[in-house]
Design a protein around this ligand. Structure first.
Ligand code: ZN
Ligand code: ZN
Length: 196
């Protein structure tokens, strides 16, 4: 996928309709170039092209946005965490806990979006502040909440504890506690070790 195609998919995750004319102008390339880029995206079923307009298909929007792809819990909009893969597939998670854990295990993440815990708007996970292990269980454990504002995450931490992390540190923390959890469970006989 080239950078122009990625931009198109990124836009379509935020916007319903794009036009070829606007894209050609914005990217300073000919309509023919954009047309070829879009043709390839249409062939793999990510977009629909109609009369100079571009729409996201159900495939791009993510077929199942109602259940977490990590733990299968129902997804509530206020905790939604989304990963977009390099092929433009959208994967939905119940909360930052599952989303960041999946991010840590996947090699094909292109974009990640979190939902601000206080205001409910979508934010780039790379710009978010993550409050890890607050004394407030909203979804999965250990609990992870996403905030857009540094001031607000600090204020929230005063009331509910936990530690504030960047995305990298939060992923590291979660994957590590996930691995130690699995080791613990296998020692307790929770995992079948006979095949290994
Ligand atoms: Zn989950
Ligand atoms: Zn969860």
């Amino acid at each position: 996928m080239n950078p122009r195609q990625r931009l198109v998919l990124e836009r379509l995750s935020q916007q319903e309709v794009l036009t070829i004319a606007d894209l050609a102008q914005e990217l300073s390339v000919s309509k023919m170039t954009i047309y070829r880029d879009l043709e390839a995206l249409q062939q793999v079923g990510l977009i629909l092209k109609r009369h100079g307009k571009i729409f996201a298909t159900a495939k791009l929007k993510g077929e199942d946005a109602t259940h977490c792809q990590m733990c299968n819990r129902n997804i509530a909009a206020q905790n939604l965490f989304t990963l977009i893969t390099q092929e433009g597939r959208k994967i939905s998670f119940c909360c930052p806990h599952c989303g960041l854990l999946a991010y840590g295990y996947r090699q094909d993440v292109w974009q990640s979006l979190a939902t601000d815990f206080l205001h409910g708007h979508v934010i780039s996970a790379w710009q978010a502040y993550f409050l890890v292990e607050p004394e407030l269980r909203i979804c999965c454990s250990p609990s992870v909440l996403a905030f857009a504002s540094e001031e607000e995450v600090k204020r929230f931490q005063k009331g509910f504890g936990g530690h504030i992390e960047t995305i990298q540190a939060a992923i590291e923390f979660l994957t590590q506690s996930d691995i130690s959890m699995k080791n613990y469970q296998s020692k307790q006989g929770g995992f079948d070790e006979r095949t290994t």
